[in-house]
Structures are given as C-alpha cells and as structure tokens.
Design a binder for this molecule. Structure first.
Ligand SMILES: [Zn+2]
Length: 334
C-alpha cells in the first residue's frame, strides 16, 4: 500500500507534495482498503457493522505520539493482526507540518474547519487540505451502509504545555445536545478522566464533524509534544487500547467505571490593550487551579478575579495579539 515505504508516516513524509494515485485492495478477510489520498486511508469490513469511525491526527504535524499510535494500528490492520469490525477513515491531516516538524506551516489548520477555509488564501496548502478533509469525512459518512447507527470522530493531539491533568478531551458545542454516557465510558477506557464541554461553536476539525455530520466527536489532548521516535508510547496505551477495541467491533462498556470530571468555560480571557496585564505566568500548566478572589488579569480599571469557587486555567498565552484569546477560565461541574 505504501510503495517502498515501511509505514504511512514515511509514505506521507515522502509524498507531501506528490500527486496521489488512489489505490484499492482487499484483505483476505474481505476488508476493503482504499488509499484515498496522501495520509488518508479507509477500511471497510465485509461484515455488517454499526459504526463509522474517523480517527485523525497530525492536524498539528509536530504532535507525533498519536501519529505513531495510529500508524501502528494501520500496520496491524493491513497485516490482519488487528480485527477490522467497523468502518474506519484514518487521516494524517497536515503532511507539510509533519515534514517541517512544526505545529503548522502557514496557518493553524485547527481553525480552518466548518468552512473557515473559504475565508482564507485558497492557494495555501493547509487551506486546500482542510477543504479536502471536510469532503473526505462528509463522503465517508454519506456512503455508510444502512446498518450504521453511530458516527464517531476522535481527533488526536498532544499539548505544548504541561498539564495538571495528563490527558483531556474537548467536546465541541452543538446546541441542545448532552454528552452520552457511552462516550464518557470511551474516554474512561482511554484513560482520559477530564472533559471540557465547550459552550461556543468552534472551527476545529472535531467541531466540523459534530456540527455538520452529527458525529460524536472530540479533540483529544493525549500528552506532551515530542519529536518522532522520542515518545514513550506506553503513556498512550489507554487510547491505543480503546481505539483498537472500538475498531474490532467489540462491545465497550456503556458507563464509565471511574469518574470523568467535566468542566465548562466560565470566562474567556482576551488581551484587550497594550497595557493589559496577565497576572498568571504563561508557563502555568493547563488545568492549574486558582482560588477564589485571585486576580487573573487587569487592564486599567477592568479586571478579572476568580469567583466564589476555585477556577482552572487552560491554554494560557499572554503574548497573543490584542483582541485575541489569552486563555480560558473553567469551573468544575458537579
Ligand atoms: Zn494539536
């Protein structure tokens, strides 16, 4: 499938700019494999299945651990050492940033979905790719057989920052929906005990599949950014095991065995002017706890203090341009 290359990673790195010739094959068990585009490969079992599963990584090309995990799952599916019991679309989203070993090349791809790419320079590779990825995902779901009743999408990342909570999931905002217990159970299986429920529509890859494709989707932050080959993949065994179980078609628990803590945003921090002061170190770990009354930012007579219960900070960055988001304050839901 990958010509002379040993894996989809090396194939993608070598073919970021090469024209892709679509390939098609059948495994001995009857699974149909379609190599749709560079970094995009689809598996469809010839048995009745109930789930269409999109597994993506490398939206940020330097977030290598999930790419390595997913590449191994693909290898095992091709070698038929991993059972294929569901339809799966694997996506290595941003080949050019993988080659550059950077988060992105021209634009942060995870702000280009939900049609946001239409408002950008359409000659940029990441902009064109975001448009294509939306089409691949939409087609994948549109082509599902009638037996399919569930659409899932797990977009796998690693964070730049340390986190007080090793792994966490973001659940995109869609009006009038509540997260199903079965998805909390999946997160628990993946050793993810922290969930941030978003309250505003976003333009991430997982927002796209949630809001336009009716998928249960998540952005998963699975650990810390490291270069290829330097990851301790044993720290990612939870997500690896949970995905493999789902792919095999085995039943997953309907309820989580351990609690999954849910958080919601109570304040969006914005850098409002030149004299705006962020009174929290940029190096603060994600989910660092702040006590009631603590001053978070100040701009002249405007300020923000933690309310009457503890709050938690994620994605702090005081260096953003004026008018942009410098972090989110969260409250833990009971
Ligand atoms: Zn990322």
């Amino acid at each position: 499938m990958f010509d002379t290359h040993s894996s989809i990673i090396s194939h993608t790195l070598a073919n970021a700019d090469a024209p892709h010739v679509r390939q098609h094959d059948f495994l001995t068990a009857g699974t149909e494999v379609t190599f749709l585009d560079t970094g995009v490969i689809k598996f469809e079992p010839n048995t009745a299945c109930d789930t269409s599963l999109v597994i993506s990584c490398a939206v940020h090309g330097n977030e290598t651990a999930p790419i390595e995990i997913i590449s191994r799952i693909i290898d095992d599916l091709l070698a038929e050492e991993q059972k294929c019991g569901q339809r799966i679309l694997f996506i290595l989203a941003n080949p050019w940033s993988m080659v550059a070993a950077e988060r992105f090349v021209d634009l942060n791809m995870n702000r280009l979905f939900c049609g946001q790419w239409q408002h950008q320079d359409l000659t940029l590779k990441e902009v064109k790719r975001a448009a294509k990825l939306e089409a691949y995902v939409a087609n994948f779901y549109a082509e599902e057989p009638v037996t399919v009743t569930q659409r899932f999408h797990y977009d796998c990342h690693t964070a730049i920052k340390d986190s007080a909570r090793a792994r966490f999931a973001l659940y995109p905002f869609v009006a009038d929906r509540k997260i199903p217990d079965s998805q909390k159970a999946f997160l628990d299986q993946a050793d993810i005990q922290t969930l941030l429920l978003q309250q505003r529509a976003g333009n991430t890859f997982s927002s796209f599949s949630a809001s336009t494709q009716q998928a249960q989707s998540f952005t998963l932050e699975l650990g810390k950014v490291k270069p290829f080959g330097e990851n301790d993949l044993s720290q990612f065994s939870g997500i690896d095991g949970a995905l493999r179980k789902l792919i095999s078609g085995d039943a997953l628990p309907n309820r989580s065995a351990r609690p999954v803590d849910c958080f919601s945003v109570c304040h969006e921090i914005e850098r409002t002017s030149e004299q705006w002061q962020f009174l929290v170190a940029d190096e603060s770990a994600n989910f660092a706890e702040f006590l009631p009354g603590q001053l978070i930012w100040q701009d002249g007579e405007h300020e923000y203090r933690v309310g009457d219960e503890p709050e938690y900070l994620v994605f702090p960055n005081g260096q953003v341009p004026i008018g942009q988001r410098a972090g989110l304050m969260l409250r833990k839901l009971s």
